[in-house]
Design a protein around this ligand. Structure first.
Ligand code: AMP
Ligand code: MG
Length: 349
C-alpha cells in the first residue's frame, strides 16, 4: 500500500487535504492524524472492517478495544445506550480535551471496535485537525495510538512514518503534539467512576467536578494476578530495545547511584544511556546522556517522554538508567508509562 503523507497547518488546516482524508475514512481506509495527546490511527468506528484493518496495521491484539472520537456532543447519543449524569458533567468540563469515557455501547457500534465488550470508549479531542477530520470523515473515528503495538506512542508524524508507512492510506502531519501522553480513561459503567488509565486530567481534577473517583486497582498493584480493567493496560508497552532501570530518591543519591552502576557496566564493555533533566545532565558519566526537560515544567517532561524512548532505540546502548519523574500533577501519568517501559524495574536509593 502506498502511504500519502500530507502536511497540514494545526490552526488552519487546508480543507481540501482534510476532505481527501475524510473520503478515505468513509470508504473504509485508514488515516493517521494528530490529536492534542498523541497521533491516532483512524478508521470508521462504525465499520467493522475498518476496525479489523486498524488491528492488522498496528499488530494489535483484537481484544484490546479502540477509542471512538467524536466532534460534538450530539454525536454521543448514537453510540451509547445511556449517559450517566456524572459523565455529562465531565464532558461539560473537559471536552473537547484529553478525557476518554467508557459508557455502555449502543447497537450501532460493532463488537470489532470494542474488542467484544458491551461498553465503548469515547473521546472528543480538541486538536483542530482532528475535529475537522472527524466531521469530514463520517463523524465516528475509531483511533488507537498510531504506533506499532508495543512501541512508544507517536508524538510527531515522523514517529508514525517509522511505524506505519505502507500500512495506512494517509498520514496527516500536523507537527508535534501538545500533551504527549494518551488521554485519561474514566469508566462510567460503575457506580463510582474509575480511572483506568492516568493522563493529563488527574484524579483530583476529576474529583473536583464529580466527587469521588477511584483508581483502578490493577494500575496501583504490580501483582500479576490483579488485571487492569482497560484491556490495553495489561500489555507490555513503550519498551525501548535496551534494558531500562528507574532510579528514585534524592537528586544527589540518584546521580551517585546511576554513575556507580554506569561505571560497573562500562567496565564490562557495555554502553550506557541516561535519561536526566536540564538540571542534572551535566553530572552524569554515561556514553549517551539525554535531558527529558526541566523539573520546573512537568508538561515538557510529559511531552518528551515517548520521543526520548524512541531516540534511544537509535543509539547503540546496552542499558538505560532514568531518573524518576513523580512530578506534582502529571506524575502519576508519566510514571505509569515509564514504569511500563522499564518492565517495573525500579530501585529506590
Ligand atoms: P489507545 O487507543 O492506544 O490509546 O488505547 C486505548 C485504551 O483504551 C486501551 O488501553 C484500551 O484497553 C482502553 N479501552 C478502550 N475501550 C475500552 C472499554 N470499552 N473498556 C475498557 N477499556 C477500554
Ligand atoms: Mg496505544
Amino acid at each position: 500500500m502506498k502511504t500519502i503523507i500530507l502536511a497540514v497547518d494545526r490552526e488552519h488546516p487546508d480543507e481540501s487535504a482534510i476532505r481527501q482524508a475524510g473520503e478515505i475514512l468513509k470508504n473504509g481506509g485508514l488515516v493517521a492524524f494528530p490529536t492534542e495527546t498523541v497521533y491516532g490511527l483512524g478508521g470508521d468506528g462504525l465499520n467493522a472492517k475498518s476496525s479489523e484493518k486498524i488491528y492488522a496495521a498496528k499488530g494489535r491484539p483484537s481484544d484490546n478495544p479502540l477509542i471512538i472520537h467524536i466532534a460534538d456532543l450530539e454525536s454521543l447519543d448514537r453510540i451509547v445506550s445511556h449517559i450517566p449524569e456524572k459523565a455529562r458533567m465531565m464532558a461539560g468540563e473537559f471536552w473537547p480535551g484529553p478525557l476518554t469515557m467508557i459508557l455502555k455501547k449502543s447497537d450501532a457500534v460493532p463488537y470489532e471496535t470494542t474488542g467484544g465488550l458491551d461498553s465503548v470508549a469515547v473521546r472528543m479531542p480538541s486538536h483542530p485537525v482532528a475535529l475537522s477530520l472527524i466531521r469530514l470523515g463520517g463523524g465516528y473515528i475509531a483511533a488507537p495510538s498510531a504506533n506499532t503495538s508495543g512501541r512508544p506512542s507517536p508524538t510527531k508524524a515522523a514517529h508514525v512514518e517509522e511505524d506505519l508507512t505502507g500500512r495506512v492510506d494517509m498520514i496527516l502531519d500536523g507537527g508535534e503534539v501538545g500533551i504527549g501522553l494518551e488521554s485519561t480513561i474514566v469508566d462510567f459503567t460503575e457506580e463510582i467512576p474509575v480511572i483506568l488509565r492516568p493522563g493529563y486530567i488527574s484524579q483530583e481534577m476529576a474529583e473536583a467536578v464529580i466527587g469521588p473517583v477511584r483508581m483502578d486497582r490493577g494500575l496501583l498493584i504490580t501483582d500479576e494476578k490483579v488485571k487492569p480493567k482497560a484491556p490495553g493496560m495489561k500489555y507490555r508497552h513503550y519498551a525501548p530495545k535496551a534494558g531500562l532501570t528507574i532510579v528514585e530518591g534524592s537528586t544527589e543519591q540518584v546521580i551517585k547511584t546511576i554513575n556507580e552502576r554506569s561505571r560497573i557496566l562500562q567496565a564490562q564493555g557495555k554502553q550506557v544511556g541516561v535519561i536526566g533533566t536540564d538540571e542534572t545532565v551535566g553530572a552524569y558519566e554515561a556514553q549517551v546522556i539525554k535531558s527529558i526537560g526541566t523539573r520546573q515544567d512537568e508538561e515538557t517532561i510529559a511531552r518528551h517522554l515517548f520521543g526520548l524512548l524512541r531516540e534511544f532505540d537509535e543509539e547503540q546502548v546496552d542499558h538505560i538508567f532514568s531518573e524518576s519523574f513523580d512530578t506534582p500533577r502529571m506524575g502519576q501519568a508519566i510514571m505509569n508509562r515509564l514504569l511500563k517501559a522499564a518492565g517495573h524495574h525500579l530501585i529506590h536509593v
